[in-house]
Design a protein around this ligand. Structure first.
Ligand code: IMP
Length: 205
């Protein structure tokens, strides 16, 4: 039997199911040309669901479905992370946890220092970011895609732009870290932009 056609997003309001301001800014910019009215889970005061799945797509689906069911609107979520070859792909789906402080805040300088310490002796410096984007509807239907960008990690971190682990990642073929690049340059290369291009082809416009 042929696979059912992907569901497309009509115009109207869409909830961005994230509380991460860095991600929100990037996903908002990507959605801008599609004329959607974007409102974030943070602005709506929605709780942040737990992320127990072992895959990016699994966690993205949990977040998007929770927001779609809570609001009655279609919801888009990003679950993403940083993977280091010498650490067997860690921190991966646990990327945010590595930055977690006991008081509930996140310390990315600490998280990047931990990656550099654990992977420091290895000659293999390969690393990559993954972004899973899931669009969910209140009736429980989901559409999901993934994008990756490959490169290598550096220490100490370089640059103040971007967010999260950006200052320790240089994409293949580039000299600057994501933390040193202007947002437009990161957007041309990033895992999130690649996932978004796949989502747009499937569900938008
Ligand atoms: P989650 O998707 O909310 O579970 O967390 C994603 C984690 O990966 C956070 O710690 C982010 O800071 C990090 N991350 C995701 N995308 C990027 C990126 O584009 N640059 C830097 N860090 C990222």
């Amino acid at each position: 039997m042929p696979a059912p056609a992907p569901r497309r997003l009509g115009t109207g309001r869409v909830v961005l199911a994230s509380h991460n301001v860095g991600k929100l800014a990037e996903v908002r910019a990507l959605l801008l040309p599609y004329g959607q009215e974007v409102v974030s889970a943070k602005e709506l005061g929605l709780p942040e669901p737990a992320e127990p799945a072992e895959t990016f797509l699994g966690n993205a689906a949990i977040k998007a479905l929770a927001a779609a069911r809570a609001t009655g609107l279609p919801a888009l979520s990003d679950d993403s992370g940083f993977s280091v070859a010498a650490l067997g792909g860690a921190p991966g789906v646990r990327t945010a946890d590595w930055a977690q402080c006991p008081d509930g805040t996140r310390d990315y300088a600490m998280a990047m220092a931990k990656v550099a310490k654990l992977a420091g002796d290895a000659t293999d410096r390969r690393a990559w970011f993954t972004s899973a984007l899931v669009l969910a509807w209140p009736d429980g239907h989901t559409e999901g895609v993934e994008g990756q960008v490959h490169g290598h990690w550096v220490a100490p971190p370089r640059g103040q732009k971007g967010f999260g682990y950006d200052p320790m990642f240089i994409p293949d073929g580039e000299q600057e870290t994501f933390g040193e690049m202007p947002p437009e340059a990161k957007a041309r290369l990033s895992h999130r932009s690649r996932a978004f291009a796949a989502l747009a082809a499937r569900c938008l416009g």
